[in-house]
Design a protein around this ligand. Structure first.
Ligand code: SAH
Length: 234
């Protein structure tokens, strides 16, 4: 038997076993494998991001019935018609804002709270806004249980940003607006970066990297993506 075949057999066996038992140690091995095959192998090189992907227990952020799939290379439903993003996308968006330890970061679209936890492993302060109250409250409780004391969750429409904590070193938007919300650009520090998927609902969107330098705003198209729509409060 070729080693590579054996390896994938071993991983499949591990996944099946983990689904039945849910031992933390099995999840750790699955997570380690996710980091090597989906994150490092695809070129993510920002050390703190890789370390955060190793540390955050993604299976705790997905509904119990889907835990055995938590380390697969795909987004997963989290209820209310929303999804937790694919692990690679979470790592890639994190790396693109080049987060420093002393950063204050705003996230729009808390969802499960997973991206917020990844950011919280790296930076000083994370502020995150979720428009669906049930999701925001569940994420807030989970992040508190996991001792992410540097994350604050607000329920509301992220279009307006979070004025009282602005300006931000970086902003991560995880739902797709048709245009970049101008309040978010305003709340970015000079030299700050924002990563945002832009485009119509359910069509391919473009992940855009926005940089503010003085009065100038630079935007760069990074890759085609598929995010849930950025919704607005009535
Ligand atoms: N970052 C999340 C991904 C969630 S999917 C995670 O790690 O799990 C995107 C989320 O954005 C959804 O939960 C959706 O309800 C939320 N959302 C959509 N429009 C929003 C808005 N205007 N303000 C805040 N959240 C919004």
């Amino acid at each position: 038997m070729k080693p590579i075949i054996f390896k994938s057999f071993a991983i499949t066996a591990l996944i099946l076993f983990s689904a039945g038992t849910g031992f933390a140690q099995d999840y750790k091995e699955l997570r380690e494998n996710m980091v090597e095959t989906q994150i490092v192998a695809r070129g993510i090189s920002h050390e703190a991001t890789i370390e955060a992907m190793r540390n955050v227990e993604r299976h705790l952020f997905v509904p119990e019935a889907r835990r055995h799939r938590a380390y697969e290379d795909s987004p997963l439903p989290i209820g209310q018609g929303q999804t937790i993003s694919q692990p690679f996308i979470v790592a890639y968006m994190t790396e693109l804002i080049d987060p420093g330890a002393d950063y204050r970061v705003l996230e729009i679209g808390t969802g499960s709270g997973y991206q917020a936890a990844v950011l919280a492993e790296i930076v000083d302060e994370v502020y995150t806004i979720e428009i669906v109250p049930e999701l925001g409250e569940t994420a807030r409780d989970l992040l508190k249980d996991l001792n992410y004391d540097n994350v604050e969750v607000k329920i509301g429409d992220g279009f307006h940003g979070w004025e009282e904590h602005a300006p931000f070193d970086a902003i991560v938007v995880t739902a797709a607006p048709e245009d970049i919300p101008s309040p978010l650009v305003e709340q970015l520090k000079d030299g700050g970066k924002m990563i945002v998927p832009v485009g119509s609902a359910y069509m391919t969107q473009n992940l855009m990297l926005v940089e503010k330098r003085g009065d100038e705003i630079y935007t760069e198209r990074v890759m085609p993506v598929n995010f849930v729509p950025f919704t607005r409060e009535e």
